[in-house]
Design a binder for this molecule. Structure first.
Ligand code: PXP
Length: 237
């Protein structure tokens, strides 16, 4: 069974909609952990649209499982990450105008920049994962620059609307898993996973961790976060 890491960015999104102090992502993380989540994920975006620096620092103090900080490969974020020292870092691409992370990090096209950031993070003892598309070259370059893990972007799989397309996207992910294993990379997956589509991904034994946010936080508005996390844990197992 893969570990389930809950991304709580959208708890912060609701708070930022009013600029108040509720709901607090720190409380959400606490309840998610109580419900059995294996880790907590937050993306500190350059524009601070949801998660704030304060959240990251408090979560560092309070998360008892594992804190995964998603960040862009920038000097500002390296400075914060090496100060907070989360349990792991996931490097993601970031565009200001996007609604959410679109597409994987282009490691091949930004080799020097990404490689430098990986080196700086690893010099501080941080475990580094790269969020990439299920693509052979991206995986091979990730290994070349010393990443510990790759998180396979499941967005195209999640968006596929007919069986043929779903099968095709699933195959792509399975092939990438094989390539990553040959490269001795550890494996995670995420993006767009929900209560309807998570099972075929959770069946892929070599994927150690699933990072899921929007579907769990959306459901938690209706049933509460503990119930939403518990239901997802059942599907992952
Ligand atoms: N993994 C990464 C690297 C992400 O950037 C995101 C979105 O913040 C997720 C997983 C979770 O995606 P979703 O919110 O669609 O579950």
């Amino acid at each position: 069974m893969p570990k389930l890491n809950v991304n709580i960015d959208h708890v912060a999104t609701v708070r930022q909609a009013r600029g108040t102090n509720e709901p607090d992502p720190v409380f959400a993380a606490y309840l998610a952990e109580l419900a059995g989540a294996h880790g907590i994920v937050v993306h500190l975006r350059e524009d601070r649209r949801h998660v704030q620096d304060r959240d990251l620092y408090v979560l560092r103090e309070t998360v008892k499982t594992k804190l995964n900080m998603e960040m862009a490969a920038t000097n500002e974020m390296v400075r914060i990450a090496t100060d907070v020292l989360p349990d792991m870092i996931t490097l993601v691409p970031e565009k200001r105008e996007e609604l959410t992370t679109e597409g994987g990090l282009d490691v091949v096209g930004n080799l020097k920049t990404v490689s430098k950031v990986v080196d700086k993070l690893k010099a501080k003892g941080l475990f580094v994962s790269l969020f990439i598309d299920p693509d052979e070259q991206q995986i091979k370059k990730s290994e070349e620059i010393g990443a510990d893990m790759v998180e396979i972007h499941t967005g195209s799989y999640a968006e596929a609307r007919n069986e043929r397309k779903i099968e095709k996207e699933l195959k792509k992910i399975e092939n990438s898993v094989g390539i990553a294993l040959d490269c001795k990379l550890r494996l995670a997956a995420g993006h767009g996973l929900d209560y309807m589509n998570v099972e075929p991904i959770a069946w892929i034994e070599e994927i150690e961790e699933l990072n899921i946010g929007h579907s769990i936080i959306s459901r938690s508005v209706i049933v509460g976060i503990e119930e939403a996390v518990s239901e997802m844990l059942v599907l992952c197992s």
